[in-house]
Design a protein around this ligand. Sequence first.
Ligand SMILES: NC(=O)C1=CN([C@@H]2O[C@H](COP(=O)(O)OP(=O)(O)OC[C@H]3O[C@@H](n4cnc5c(N)ncnc54)[C@H](OP(=O)(O)O)[C@@H]3O)[C@@H](O)[C@H]2O)C=CC1
Ligand SMILES: O=C(O)CCC(=O)C(=O)O
Length: 448
Amino acid sequence: MLHAMFHHVMHDMASSHATDSLATAHALPSYLDPQHLGPWGIFLQQVDRVTPYLGNLARWVETLKRPKRILVVDVPIHMDDGTVAHFEGYRVQHNTSRGPGKGGVRFHQDVTLSEVMALAAWMSIKNAAVNVPFGGAKGGVRVDPKRLSMGELERVTRRYTSEIGLIIGPTKDIPAPDVNTNERVMAWMMDTYSMNVGETATGVVTGKPISLGGSLGRHEATGRGVFTVGAEAARRIGLEIAGARVAVQGFGNVGGIAAKLFAEAGARVVAVQDHAGCVYREAGLDIPALLAHAKQHGSVAGFAAAEAIERDRFWDTPCDILIPAALEQQITAANAHRIGARLIVEGANGPTTPDADDILRDRGVLVVPDVVANAGGVTVSYFEWVQDFSSFFWSEEEINQRLTAIMRGALDAVWQVADDKGVSLRTATFIVACERILRARDLRGLYP
Ligand SMILES: NC(=O)C1=CN([C@@H]2O[C@H](COP(=O)(O)OP(=O)(O)OC[C@H]3O[C@@H](n4cnc5c(N)ncnc54)[C@H](OP(=O)(O)O)[C@@H]3O)[C@@H](O)[C@H]2O)C=CC1
Ligand SMILES: O=C(O)CCC(=O)C(=O)O
């Protein structure tokens, strides 16, 4: 598809200008290679799947396949032992047609540019799906924060923030937490940016501590959103939450809070897997106790009131609802057949590959896609950004009510499109979101 479209562009160029150099100028940059495996390749496939439904707007679809702006930075810091270490950092602004870039920052030893490109692109889709006035962006630093002291982590954060300071700002691009980043990291980012611009700029990041302009409810918002749409999707397929068996992969901000809320609603959280271990209890795990254990020991591994099972057996766990809440590409053609759940609610970004999507669909498993299911975080980030601009702060009750209304409304809208067009919820969400993004592109036109 991409090649066909590219050919078309080349053909037009050749007939009007007939120069090789111009044709070369339209070649895709190497980092956009559609053959590239991994999350960016998955995003391209998802766009291809939705293109036939976009009507006239499809003429703009190439915009989605090219991030607007990519910044790769060197992040040198002094280590505690006196040596100098260099880390690679990225900030990608995928699309800003609907507003400033918005999306988290990931600290992870395996993060890559193509992964951050995909995460930024999914932010564009997500922000459009819940109709918050943002484009999509994402950042990352290729570092294992678990191996840094607190001082080293602070220096990485501050240097990275200064380096990407060129392109972020309260009206340009607003970072937030993602894997291995949290309120503490956001406070350092806000402070560094503020020092560099000479004034306190609380609106430059969201997910900050409450005392620095953070919003009530933001810490829990992604997990709460996963619970809200998960419970609503379950209701729509006649699956009772009370007593339902839930399996959760990833027990951090998203997975931990989603597990807690499902357990509080009467579900049995039977299995939890994190990076270091996997625990199982048929009668349901004691989630507050497991959270306390994970906080103390850094993992669910070693939790005494459960059976330890091999990590790979997680996928065979008998359950009704599966919540992937760790990293991308966890549900693939290799394990999609093994999943016993009727409902998958994607807390993580990009956990399911397109071929696994097809297998799950054929097997009648409903997947609530990431770009709706985990949008609660950015929705409350939007509230935080609005509150920072007005310096007027809302109650937690008001925030949660608005969050629930937006999440339910978004699910309802994509459910209807899925029913009308006979497509999966993922394709339906992409239809709704791509139409919003590309209509904005169309209305704005190409020239400033
Ligand atoms: N934070 C947010 O507001 C949002 C996050 N997301 C997405 O949710 C997902 C989780 O993010 P978040 O909860 O914030 O991150 P955290 O860093 O808080 O937690 C990540 C969790 O995933 C686990 N994990 C990491 N690698 C693996 C692995 N290979 N197998 C199993 N578990 C693993 C970690 O385990 P361990 O601690 O042992 O390493 C940890 O429990 C990501 O995909 C993120 O992009 C989406 C929307 C918003
Ligand atoms: O809160 C935000 O701005 C973005 C959170 C995020 O990175 C995500 O939704 O994946």
